[in-house]
Structure formats: structure tokens, C-alpha cells
Design a protein. Sequence first.
Length: 209
Amino acid sequence: MSDQLPLIRVIAFFDGQNLFHSAKQAFGYKWPNYNPKALAEHVCAEHGWQLQQARFYTGVPDVADKPFWNHFWNAKCAQMGRENVHVFTRALRYRNKVVRLPDGSEHSFLDGDEKGIDVRIALDVIRLALKREFDVAILFCRDQDLTEVADEIRLIAKEQQRWIKVASAFPVSPTFRVRGIDKTDWIKLDRQLYDRCLDKRDYRPKTTP
């Protein structure tokens, strides 16, 4: 197998909801205020890598169920598309969930499930590796369901006789110390780096959610 290449090509894969919830827990932000392309560029610059492409994946709630977040994600995704980010969205699938309350009664509510986002990310990582389009895949995500992707990429690297890395990038803070995706290199995003990559646009409608 050849040594590490002089020019390291990167494709960044963003799980939009996973990154949002991590940033919310680490830094207290209440809406997805990150700029994916800026985050990918900053991480690449710190490692001396070259960003080839940023890809963003998220579920979008139905407008009848959550008009606030439907508006937000449609507007934010449209802007990312104008910035040449590859955007993949999927409508949330809804199902009734029942929880038991402390008094013994049951409460039923409609819950949106972001089904299939991790599968889509995994398929794209493997597909683009097979096409030799990157040397490093950065997954801006902590979803352990993607652990098997790292195993597959190692097999592809061996078959193609080349160096490939899979990294997991995620927010951390003194009060939010967490693990990245197993079997990947971990890239910890501290508050200083994250705040350099905020999206200056506010896609929230004027009404509160």
C-alpha cells in the first residue's frame, strides 16, 4: 500500500440533525446556526487537507406538523445549495408513540422519525470511495450506526491499494465530553472553532416554534 498522498482530498458528510443536537448540548445553541461549508474548510485547513466537496443530509418535518422547522430547513438547505453544498433531504416519517407518565397514565403523541439518513450517508461514503473521489471522509456526526462504514472503507483501501481515512468530527466542551464514531479518527470541534463557522443568516420565521 502506498504512503500518505501529498495532496489529501476530502469530502465532508454532515448529518444535520446529529450535529445540531451535539452543538446544542455542547454550546447551548437553540437552532442549527452552523455553516457546513465553513466548518469543513476550517477543519481541512487545520490538517493541511483540500476540501473537494461538502454534502449535507437532514430530515425535514411536514409543514402541517411543524411549519416553523419546515420553513427553516427548506430555507437553509436552499442557501447551502446555492453555495455548492450537495444537499439530501428526506421527509420525516410519523408514527404514534405512547409514554407512561409518573401518575401511571399514558400519553400518546405523533413523533417524526428521521429514517434512512444514516443509510444514505453510508451508501454515499462507500460509493464515492469506490470511485476514488476522496482520501479522507469526514463525518460530522457521532452516530455509531456508521461504525461499519469505517470497516468497509478499510477493505476498499486494501483492494484499491491506497491510503483512505475516515474521521468523525463533533462538538465538545468542558461539560460535554463525548465519543466520536468508533473505528474512526476523532476531530473535536471546540467552541472557538465552531463560532468561527457560524452561518450569519437566520432562517427562522418571525414566529416562534
